[in-house]
Design a protein around this ligand. Sequence first.
Ligand code: AHM
Ligand code: MG
Length: 335
Amino acid sequence: MSDIRTLGEFIVEKQNDFSHASGELSSLLGSIKLAAKIVNREINKAGLVDITGSVGCENVQGEEQQKLDLYANDKFKAALEARDQVCGVASEEEDEAVAFNKELNRNSKYVVLMDPLDGSSNIDVNVSVGTIFSIYRRVSPVGTPAVQEDFLQPGNRQVAAGYIIYGSSTMLVYTTGNGVHGFTYDPSLGVFCLSHENMCIPKDGRIYSINEGNYIRFPEGVKKYIKYCQENVPEDDRPYTSRYIGSLVADFHRNLLKGGIYMYPSTATHPSGKLRLLYECNPMALLIEQAGGIASDGKNRILDIKPTELHERVPFFVGSTNMVNKVEEFIKEFP
Ligand code: AHM
Ligand code: MG
């Protein structure tokens, strides 16, 4: 019992590890924790109440939004605005970034980018979904409203990133650039308890995660890599196992724990793939690097890409170092 360490305690304890040591970042993570609990409560009820039906409008990518997407977006935004540590938010669910107008918000240092409910098409079928977040120091002067440049920073400038997985247990996993730590939610206590300190991804893995339904539209190098995974070569410990949930957070989380690679490549019809650099790829890239893995667009390090627009997409290969290196070799050899 005395060994339980809550997320709140852990954040305070580790505050001095932050490269920008300040209580502000701790308080900001506290807002995310609070919104996560509220969204978790609603997701758990999703099968009981008629809340999962489509609202009938589309997000900026032309995808159908569902009620819980909007709910999660509102709750995270409200929690972040309320604690005055954030001057603006950009969300996968909104066309434009939002600058908070209150003076206290304008005086704060951070912006948050988020995918409030990733994989939401899985809610109707009771499969795990997640929230992904990414935190930067603003580049515009403190005291002024947040501007577009605050949000269009390369991922290597993130000061923190993380996700919440609403799964068989709800977990919050985050990094502030000093390792990756995971906390499991105890609903009876209402607290996230430290369950996975210093998470590290195995250097090699046996799981590959990709939507193989798109196979014929994949680049040649990716097709070759999939075949490589399927070839039975006992001395190489192949064939690998294919696992694809269709919820990035859940696929990423499993691969982080067990070793593996998640891929969403370009396709003939979607040359930049599906996933968004700012809301999905950058935060996952920081987490995987902190856990000892790699994140790539097939050729370049994700975290070094300079974004040009809020909702831009990028091919994404993330996971165990040896596996990502291998797919990069195939892409180079078979462009
Ligand atoms: P979303 O942000 O609209 O939910 O889309 C992102 C999701 C990821 O969680 C998941 O890995 C991927 O889309 C699945 O896409 P697909 O059905 O094309 O395989
Ligand atoms: Mg998403």
